[in-house]
Write a protein that binds this ligand. Sequence first.
Ligand code: ATP
Ligand code: MG
Length: 424
Amino acid sequence: MAVKFQTVTGMKDILPQESPLWQKVENVLKSTVSSYGYSEIRMPIVESTGLFVRSIGEVTDVVEKEMYTFDDNGDSLSLRPEGTAGCVRACVEHGIIHNQERRMWYTGPMFRHERPQKGRYREFHQFGVEIFGVAQPEMDAEVILLTSRIWKKFGIQDHLVLELNSLGSAQERAAYRDSLVEFLKSHEDVLDEDCRRRMYTNPLRVLDTKNNDIQKLLENAPKLSDCFGEDTRRHFNRLKEILDANGIAYRINERLVRGLDYYNNTVFEWVTDALGSQGTVCGGGRYDGLVEQLGGQPSPAVGFAIGLERFVLLLQTIGYSDVENAVDVFFCAQGDEAVKQSFAISENLRNDIPDLRLMLNCSGGNFKKQFKRADKSGAAYALVLGESELADGIIGIKNLRQESEQINVKISELTNELKKLLGA
Ligand code: ATP
Ligand code: MG
């Protein structure tokens, strides 16, 4: 008996009807980072488990319960849950950020064993940038401006709010941790199990609890910003100054600590209310200590990652539709000789008009049937070649999207006519 298989829980096919929007998103992202001079880096999907434990942090959702980890002949390996750790590993391994600035981007699938829901999958895709060797707040400003430019290119800037915070330095956080733990201890009875555990292992993570009662309690908690020294304040103020000067609105959210341990100073998220509770489309920040922690020469770093599923979902939710069809021209041919000729004519057209997207009818049928296929392909024009056209050395061009007469042109003139019609 035949067995039908289905996608694994939390994994998703991207079907041809959706892929044009994905391609549009990917193309705009790539051209935007190119316009800032960033280069691509590609990392493996599998890395040593220890890399993620060490960089993301032992007491984080990702490492505690979301990683796909397996044994490979005694080595513990994991599917990457995010891109930063692998990127730093690659840069240190190949010595490409040693005493130098580097601005890079990457894209690809990530894996986290989470409870699947709208905007949350077990395989998802990120597009991210990582910049090494620049400590100044100007770099933070650039990556935020870059993301803002992306939203504007899709006209979705009004659907996203920038949340901004500073986590200060490691020393400042250590000082804060003590006062926060003291506060949490005095309210231990109100805390849920997760927060009680975190209070000892990673108290800052209590700040981004989704438990509303605890959030209320935290309104009276000591503030991290009270522990900031001069450098942290200056860094954060300079960033805000540049954002202000460039018309980038933001909301300071002192509870924004982000899920991964490696951040310091600036952290930010772009959040939408159009996707329910999976509202964070992009998250990022500074991680100046990570390179050294992973065995490299100390190098300041900043980056962000966009969750592509959420980005695409947001575009679909707000009805974004500026996506091209896959086909410009559909070639209808009927009769043995005409069909044979249609191949050579098509190949010539593809030579002459490099960007042309031409689909050839390969499944027979009369012209009526072929026109239906032509219509369904989304093409703007159909080419029509029957025995009689062939005998006269002409070919028909039919506009599929406007009521108008078919025009006939000499086959030798076809390239020029199509170029004119398509504006190629
Ligand atoms: P969340 O709070 O939603 O769990 P996160 O803080 O775990 O997000 P990051 O590690 O910062 O997420 O990853 C950056 C972006 O990747 C997120 O803002 C989101 O858009 C996307 N992302 C993260 N996890 C998933 C997932 N399981 N499915 C789809 N997208 C995801
Ligand atoms: Mg998460």
